[in-house]
Design a protein around this ligand. Structure first.
Ligand SMILES: [Cu+2]
Length: 175
């Protein structure tokens, strides 16, 4: 009798098991990649800030988003634990007055930037859940088509930072 080899490579059982393992790995690889992709936003954010207004008034949020990928990415929403509602808005001049229109989505061009700016596109942060003041940092989660998201920290600045939003009335100073 020959001794049993350490690696029974000619055993049909082992061979079948090995092929099954190979098949499992091959099948699993693409599905793992597919599952991980939606959570990772390819977008990078910079210069994120909120134009603070007193008395819990809706505040404008501004940020520049960069899309390094080779296809457009759609921003479809935003949320923050510090505000009950965050909307995508576009300010437009109509008959001499500034109007704000809700926007369903904003495309960030492939290999390009999109900038939210005072008087143009902005995030409208409404109903703060607690007192937000200049100097604070507010986390905002940007949501993209396909389920990807990106958390960005917005620095809260005083109203005189940057250009005004136009027609928003300012309450009198209490100082
Ligand atoms: Cu607005």
């Amino acid at each position: 009798m020959q001794p049993t080899p350490v690696f029974p490579t000619h055993s049909p059982v082992t061979r079948r098991l090995w092929l099954a393992l190979l098949a499992a790995v091959t099948l699993a690889a693409p599905s793992i990649a597919g599952a991980a992709a939606p959570s990772r936003a390819p977008v990078q954010a910079r210069d994120a800030w909120i134009r603070w207004l007193p008395a819990g008034l809706p505040a404008g949020g501004y940020v520049t988003l960069h899309n390094p990928s080779n296809r457009p990415v759609d921003l479809v929403g935003a949320s923050s634990p510090d505000y009950r509602q965050v909307m995508l808005h576009h300010s437009v001049m109509k008959g001499g007055t500034m109007q704000m229109l809700p926007v369903a989505k904003i495309a960030i061009p492939a290999g390009g930037d999109f900038s939210f700016k005072p008087g143009a596109y902005h995030l409208m942060l409404m109903q703060p859940t607690h007192s937000v003041k200049p100097g604070d940092e507010v986390p905002v989660t940007l949501e993209f088509a396909g389920g990807a998201s990106l958390e960005v920290r917005f620095v809260v600045r005083k109203p005189d930072a940057g250009a005004g939003m136009g027609s928003m009335p300012m309450p009198g100073s209490r100082n």
